[in-house]
Write a protein that binds this ligand. Sequence first.
Ligand SMILES: Cc1ncc(COP(=O)(O)O)c(C=O)c1O
Length: 445
Amino acid sequence: MQTQAQARAEILAQVRRYCDTYHAPSAYTPGARIEYAKRVYDGDEMTALVDVALDFVLTADRYAAQFEADLAAYLGVRHCLLVNSGSSANLLAFSALTSPLLGDAAVRPGDEVLTVAASFPTTIAPIVQFGAVPVFVDVTLPQYNIDVAQLETAYSPRMKAVFLAHTLGNPFNIAAVKAFCAAHKLWLIEDNCDALGAEYTLDGTTARTGTFGDIGTSSFYPPHHMTTGEGGAVYTNHDQLAQILRSLRDWGRGCVCPAGQDDLCGARFDGQFGTLPPGYDHKYVYTHLGYNLKATEMQAAIGCAQLKKLPDFIAQRRANFALLHERLMPLQDFLILPVATENAQPSWFGYPITCRAPISRNALVRALEAQDIQTRMLFSGNIVRHPCFAALSPDAYRIVGDLTNSDRVTESTFWVGVSPALTPPHLAAMADAIVRAIGGGGCNA
Ligand SMILES: Cc1ncc(COP(=O)(O)O)c(C=O)c1O
């Protein structure tokens, strides 16, 4: 009779064979659709997922603890918490700054939060939803990040925080933004959802993006640098923020025992909180009005396997970016090609392109999509021009300057993929299609 361990090993070996046989990546065949990104995985991820299924442990457990520890070590931060998406990570990160535990430093409704207009919606949404005021600054091209020359103009005494993404894996000018935050005592959240593994050198020290500010966020949605399906993470070196993040993620409670564990502190029934009766079970004492944003054990199991491959994924993204760049260099009279921020080593999420007149972005994108090459907008472009802003009162946000480049992004920018699922033949086909579309003259406005 087989032992349980033997039965598990046999199942996992079969799963690995199944994955190798039926999920092997296929080589590029000319004319096949080229997606901008895809999950890249093998038997490691599939067996990890089935391993969890065999335990039938559904909520965060040993894999979640492992993934949090491994990701913290990879980033070089003290605390990392898994959540159920990058948008949840942004919501949680921003909400943490509003905690009453932060006293006068907490962000309150009506306080201002500096960000950029050419952005992703869920970097902005938590600010507006809380009743704080996003202050929109323009971006520079071809970095697609905050124009730091506008920082001081944008400042007002109501400002409490800065919340910025490293656009498409290209870090923003961390030196200038950190100096601005230090000068005015502002919190800094780095939306690192599109930049996992990017590096920046500040004062001679190189570190990973997401770790320079007070809180960093990640997304593990499939097109990202690594995936858990839905999923995300928040990370910080700040012990109090870590405690607040955990509380807000886990229903707002004060107790730090993981779900399913009780009385790790040994004083579960010994406290006195608010006007609650003495000894009220600390597991049910709420420090915050929180959420449940936790990830599952299945996501974490996949994440553990993906994280081991992350350095290779990032190297492949950089190589793919370089290959596309080389092929598109001759088109610089027609297209603005991306440039890495000074002192940064990007971890590219995509290859952004801005069309110069007379090339029409819409015409070029249509020409590429017609040839089965998937394209993407640079997220919202100027977010203020979206229908969701129409319902807001004019004092719900503030605009600095005229957002010329954000509008240009909205009208003339798109991006194509550099995912590790793309091989040199895919990239050559993409570049050739762009060259053909422009050379043919059919993309002129
Ligand atoms: C910059 C940025 N922030 C946040 C998110 C949200 O991540 P998720 O899709 O996991 O909610 C994304 C998604 O791609 C993003 O690009």
